[in-house]
Design a protein around this ligand. Sequence first.
Ligand SMILES: [Fe+2]
Ligand SMILES: [Fe+2]
Length: 326
Amino acid sequence: MRFRRLIIGDNHVLSNYAVMPLNFTLTSGQQIRPAKGFQEWVSHKWMDFCHLTGVPSQIIYMGDLTEGFCEKTAGVGIWSADKDDALNAFKLLHLILTHGKDIETYVVQGTGYHSGSQRGINLDKECANEINADYRMVLPLEKDGRLDQFAHQSGGVSLKNADTGIKNEIDFAENNSGKYGYPLPNNIWRGHIHRYALRGDDKVTAIQVPCWEGTTPYMARKTSFIVPSIGGIVQDFNEKKLEPSIRKIIFDIPQDIAIGFNEVELLRIEKNRFEAESIKGIERELRTPTLRLETITANKREEGKCLTSKSIQSNRKTIGKHLPPS
Ligand SMILES: [Fe+2]
Ligand SMILES: [Fe+2]
């Protein structure tokens, strides 16, 4: 092996369902560990992956390095909303992957929501700065007379059909290469879908890269109970400069932890469903008035930040004069 390139998709650090360092100190000083179940398993698999691949020559991160702060879901599903925690945790995982060496690294831009654009920052870019990586929207890399092209996602993709996007990419690349003279890549790499797939013909191979995050409530809502591929890809360039080998390292998820969330969390981010359930519960309690105020207090305490002012208002309309003044 002359030159080893690692291609790493969708780390989603900060997510409760994704890889994190086995021991981590928050900026507040608190020490935390991965949650039991899927997160603990996937975090150990990161260590296994780093051990299996050894010291690489080059690393490509395919975007979505962090989960972001999830403003739309009021932070449900993340273990920190602190930017420094995000950067420190990602950097620590990167240092394990490089075995502490200075390795040429590239980051391609991930999905806007996960890079934290709502706060006017770009976490993917800040992570790239933190580890001295080159940050690009689209990354073409030429080596040994072969061209590899990396970008986060393909348009019009479906979680259900992991290879739809890369099949389209091959068609577009070949058509536009013939028509407009665009350089035709030997390999097209994409992330975002969180599932491994490979397509190709005699000219182009396209690879959908695995990830480091389990099934989230959001994914389950999109496609009921889909299970992502966990792992990464190793591309080895040889002495004779012949076609490099491409190998996948994918870890089978044990059946008992394959779904990384529970029903309560699923209910919480289903905002409309949550409101409907909440109102139903209050209406039920109104029929037994002695329990009424106690139930409302319990709802507020248990659901915390998920109970938005809008849902409180709609609850007020439903129960009207029975509520205490605000
Ligand atoms: Fe992602
Ligand atoms: Fe994405």
